[in-house]
Design a protein around this ligand. Sequence first.
Ligand code: CTP
Length: 421
Amino acid sequence: MDLQGRRILLGITGGIAAYKSAALCRLLKTAGAEVRVVMTEHAKQFITPLTMATLSKNPILVEFFDPENGAWNSHVSLGEWADCFVIAPATANTLAKMAAGIADNLLLTTYLSARCPVAVAPTMDLDMYAHPATRQNLATLAARGVGIVEAGDGELASGLRGKGRMAEPETIAAFVGELLAGKGTAAERQSVDSVPAEAPDSRPLAGKRFVVTAGATIEAIDPVRFLSNHSSGKMGYAIAEQLARRGAAVTLVSGRTALDAPAGVTRIDILSAEEMYEATVAAFADADGAVMCAAVADYTPCEVADRKLKKGDGELMIRLRRTRDIAAELGARKGDRLLVGFALETDAEREHAREKLERKNFDFIVLNSLRDAGAGFRGDTNKVTLIDRTASEELPLLSKREVAARIADKIAGLAAMRPAR
Ligand code: CTP
């Protein structure tokens, strides 16, 4: 990751994860960034200003003015100085205040006046993290374009286990790198007159609605057994997140996964291919486009036993019937709306992908090859080729998040050429 010459404002609020802010600061410095740190009063109880000043090589900002000499710490100039403002850890309290626009400390006034991309790395106890108030605040912030580095699962300071641990410093630093990729520096921005709060193209999908299908479907055999596949849902969830970050209203129709819905995304949970068909077709009715990422069962048992099947001595035959093809159905209805599909192939890959592109009327198809190391179902990386009717673009091995960002950028480019609905 190269952050050479970037100016990063690191906000620290009062959570136990503040000890990780020291490692984050080092990572950002090592990547070449200039780092300044703004802390809340409570944060000082978790990590000392001396530690952060030493690591960032800059004085720490906490108060609106320096109590020693009365020098004014201008939140406006801090916000203007930064290329990116990352708040890590961000407590439930600070997230709520950010969502509500409360400005009772220097960190919050800086957030309200920041013109640069802002990211938050939440940290809190699992119940606080899952509370509808916190989810709503995160959704509000995401809808305003704040990047959310979702908390992870694990042991929490309370002794409980669950979701609420701040993401690791490496993950946050990579998120910052991604947020800044391709963006000019604050210094460059200031040379242009009156820059709006967000670059106009940072939310190119604002006002658009997208449906994303993700994960595996589950086809019941009897009350306890089912047919399914290895899809983790990661790719679809990453796409939903990237579309939402570009301003789209996203409905995620999801099979069973271990993942949380990205902030700001509406999730509809389904189990079977039939349920996914119904939910997706309904959501597509007033959508501007859809991304078909789910691994949908092509066959389902003809009959579902209402009691658990007992074993016998001989072979067991389960008759299967075809499910409906959701992507093909949307392809038939789409008109000038956008439709993106996926193909996972093991042989004659491009040929099969092109055939699906035509048959299902996709605008482009994302081809995964199971032959590539690091590509496919469970991992966090993927290697794909984007194929449309005129060209194909082979991407290198990337994180699923980066693959999703490239797909969302291609969608935003195509959406810009479509008439408004
Ligand atoms: N798809 C879908 N509904 C189905 C089956 C597939 O929406 N019932 C979508 C997938 O989400 C994916 C694309 O169609 O975007 C390709 O799916 P795939 O299963 O690879 O293609 P099939 O048409 O089933 O072809 P085959 O099984 O021959 O590979």
